[in-house]
Design a protein around this ligand. Sequence first.
Ligand code: G3P
Length: 496
Amino acid sequence: MAGTGVFQEIVDGDVFQYYADGEWKKSSSGKSVSIINPATRKIQYKVQACTQAEVNKVFETAKAAQKLWAKVPLWKRAEALHKAAALLKEHKGPIAECLVKEVAKPAKDSVSEVVRSGDLISYTAEGGVRILSEGKFLVSDSFPGNDRNKLCLASKIPLGVVLAIPPFNYPVNLAVSKIAAALIAGNAVVLKPPTQGAVAGLHMIQCFHLAGFPKGLLSCVTGKGSEIGDFLTMHPGVNCISFTGGDTGIAISKKAGMVPLQMELGGKDACIVLEDADLDLAAANIVKGGFSYSGQRCTAVKVVLAMESIADDLVAKVNAKVDKLTVGSPEEDCDITAVVSESSANFIEGLARDAKEKGATFCQEYKREGNLIWPLLVDHVRPDMRLAWEEPFGPVLPVIRISSVEEGIHHCNANNFALQGCIFTRDINKAIMISDAMETGTVQINSAPARGPDHFPFQGLRDSGIGSQGITNSINMMTKVKSTVINLPSASYTMG
Ligand code: G3P
């Protein structure tokens, strides 16, 4: 159970503490933030409402701790990360339970997220010791007019203090993807977990605490984004921001100072299905991609663009699979569970109703109980409907019938979102050409969009993000280049 066993010290009474300077603490605000269980709509947990003064203190200790950590050999940093990874896996049960209660993630998927996070930390540790042990050596005489008397040693150095802000849909996995890369690169980290998912995040942090990282190097502050959000992202102690979430990220990127940004925002991933596609394969991937975690994934399939001639068959195959999806509680591993909040459920419902009012076809009866929305395929969607463009982040999937590939590519490129997309066809040449024409971060051929495996590059264009993720890209993104140039006297020895 949450807050028990090795996690006992992270909770005080019924309020989970925040983590600073290597200790679990109560906020001097005396206030807490409640976390509502999306499925029961009841208060599940409470966390501290940290103050700006506590945030200042956290950045102060992080700065000092980072200076010492940057001197710790790479292999020792990796060793500590491997310990944290092992602890995370060892204690996956209680952490996964938090995910079930806080974000209604099906139980099995919750355990997978924690195990995946352990693997990601270990892979980052191993990758980091190799990537960061290499630098560049350049000599001056390759540039016109220069003698061979300048030797440049270029290496990667840490940025300083990284502010990590993960999303509710992966409060553990998309926290460690930032933390592990930042730490192996020699940075300190201040984590601001999402409110929905904060307790899972605090349990994850306890695993790093038990792994013995230096005091102050890693901190975790909780509170309402509306209260400490801007204070955090505009704090002078921040040397880099790594954020995953919705369009809040666009506001942050506008407010953030002169710091590197790793922003992974929303998506409206298009799935283009051609006449020669394997429709059973396409249908299976559309359902897996469109309805996993009730569609609450930035890489979920969010619009199907089907060639008119095969659309009826495809829709029939998809509906047959949608009708088999189980709907209910995350504890029972149902395929469709409650979406994260009432406001999210209302937004999703609004998009579905807009499409219906404008003439789209609901392939299933629209059904909702609280935050639980039954899976819905919406056919005959047209570009004048909001559902054609906006990101429901829920189990509602539009089908747009297209009469040409170009029409599909145009729809994909006309969206502000550009995270991923996918194409189903048996013609690999055509697939490559279409992939080339789709202006999006990643195009999957004959499979649904996905971020993983976690060593693959992962990036969004336009409103879907800034920078790139994936283990290697994140490590490099959390460093900057430092050059040391040795200037030899111009008169060099002649070889006798
Ligand atoms: O933010 C990325 C996340 O929403 C999607 O990740 O692993 O489900 O494709 P994944």
